[in-house]
Design a protein around this ligand. Structure first.
Ligand SMILES: NC(=O)c1ccc[n+]([C@@H]2O[C@H](COP(=O)([O-])OP(=O)(O)OC[C@H]3O[C@@H](n4cnc5c(N)ncnc54)[C@H](OP(=O)(O)O)[C@@H]3O)[C@@H](O)[C@H]2O)c1
Length: 349
């Protein structure tokens, strides 16, 4: 991987694709050339970036000639088809979709947690290796940035998480639909439901991903299985309930942790205060804790409500409430941090 690679952004017109541009700009990520790719619907449109006008090109099988680094955020079917084509053409792919997350040869990376799992073979583009690094699910990333340092300190034995997920997690069209529905409901008009199956404004509902035979939706199972892969162990028992709430941007999660060894709230607060990528907002006298608005457009995961679980008097239980911008740390920022490891530019954190 050259230190200033030729970059392609696949899905540049989407919620994550637009954030890729902001993150590359703000972190001054080095690149030689930038290629902006989307569907034929967007081909020919122009994007102003750093004083330069870029023309969006249609993604095709020939898009990756001369590309060193391809950042994919155009959905699972696009990644499944085009990521191998990009790798074949010589690029390393950082993929935001779920297409390859559970593939054994593909590292699943949260840089603050397991950057070392990326491996030299990916960086050197060794033949026969996947050449793909996967970004975890956004809710998984937001959970693991604060929980991993606690796991390292006391060993998570069981984790129970409930999510409060924003419209932005479902893409740019979902954000537009929440805005439109809000106006419609306030005007006593029937809400338009093209993206979501029911009224979203002034409502909430179970996550709109498919439900399996055991009653879990796929978002919930991603949080379980991806955590096991990232931590490299299936020992921690994990259960999740994922809910969409009518928040525009940034997910929240309530997390209950049971540990192998003792960990009280003061020790946890100290660990979290020193953890990379974490900001603690835990002001009990003012009843001031993290909100999605605090986290919106921010890099860090915000953590509060750090308290001993009173249902576990043995001192091995803890409750947390976290908020994180899932377009940013849950997608674009995490992917660019992975790319920074690939170009060996900065230490993680
Ligand atoms: N939103 C999040 O917070 C989040 C978090 C983590 C992961 N992700 C993942 O990131 C991916 C994109 O999510 P998003 O929220 O950014 O979605 P989005 O706002 O709906 O954007 C989708 C992007 O994909 C492009 N696209 C669609 N069909 C295409 C095709 N046939 N060829 C080339 N490009 C095509 C779209 O281009 P056009 O504008 O031309 O249609 C657009 O740029 C998904 O896999 C999603 O699961 C999203």
């Amino acid at each position: 991987m050259p230190s200033s690679p030729n970059i392609a952004i696949v899905g540049v017109t989407g919620a994550v694709g637009q954030e890729f541009l902001r993150v590359i700009d703000q972190r001054d990520f080095p690149y030689a050339n930038l290629k902006l790719l989307a569907s034929m619907r967007s081909a020919g449109k122009t994007v102003e970036f750093r004083g330069q006008t870029f023309t969006i090109e249609e993604l095709t099988e020939t898009s990756f000639a001369d590309v060193d680094l391809a950042l994919f955020s155009a959905g699972t079917s696009i990644s499944k088809k085009f990521a191998p084509i990009a790798v074949e053409a010589g690029a390393v792919v950082v993929d935001n979709s779920s297409a390859f997350r559970m593939t054994d040869s593909v590292p699943l990376i949260v840089p603050e947690v397991n950057a070392d799992a990326i491996g030299n073979d990916i960086q050197l583009g060794v033949a026969g290796k996947a050449g793909i690094v996967a970004n975890p699910n956004c809710s998984t990333i937001i959970m693991l940035v604060p929980v991993t340092p606690l796991h390292r300190a006391a060993g998570v034995k069981r984790m129970v998480v409930s999510t409060y997920q924003a419209a932005s997690g479902a893409g740019a069209a979902a954000m537009a639909e929440l805005e439109q529905q809000t106006r419609e409901v306030l005007n006593d008009e029937p809400p338009t439901c093209n993206i979501f199956p029911m009224q979203y404004a002034f409502n909430l509902f179970s996550h709109n991903s498919d439900i399996g035979s055991e009653g879990y939706n796929t978002e919930e199972l991603k949080m379980v299985h991806e955590t096991h892969k990232i931590w490299g162990t299936t020992s921690p028992r994990i259960t999740a309930t994922c809910v969409r709430v009518p928040v525009m941007r940034a997910h929240a999660e309530s997390i209950n942790l049971e540990f192998d060894s003792l960990l009280n709230e003061d020790a946890a607060r100290d660990i979290l205060s020193a953890a990379p990528g974490v900001t603690v907002i835990d002001d009990r006298p003012s009843n001031r804790f993290p909100t999605p608005l605090d986290a919106s457009h921010e890099d860090d995961i915000f953590v509060g409500r750090i308290r001993n679980d009173i249902s576990r008097p043995d001192g091995k239980g803890l409750d947390l409430f976290v908020c994180g911008d899932q377009i940013r740390k849950g997608a674009a920022l995490n992917a660019v941090q992975i790319a920074e490891v690939l170009v060996q530019r900065v230490p993680v954190g």
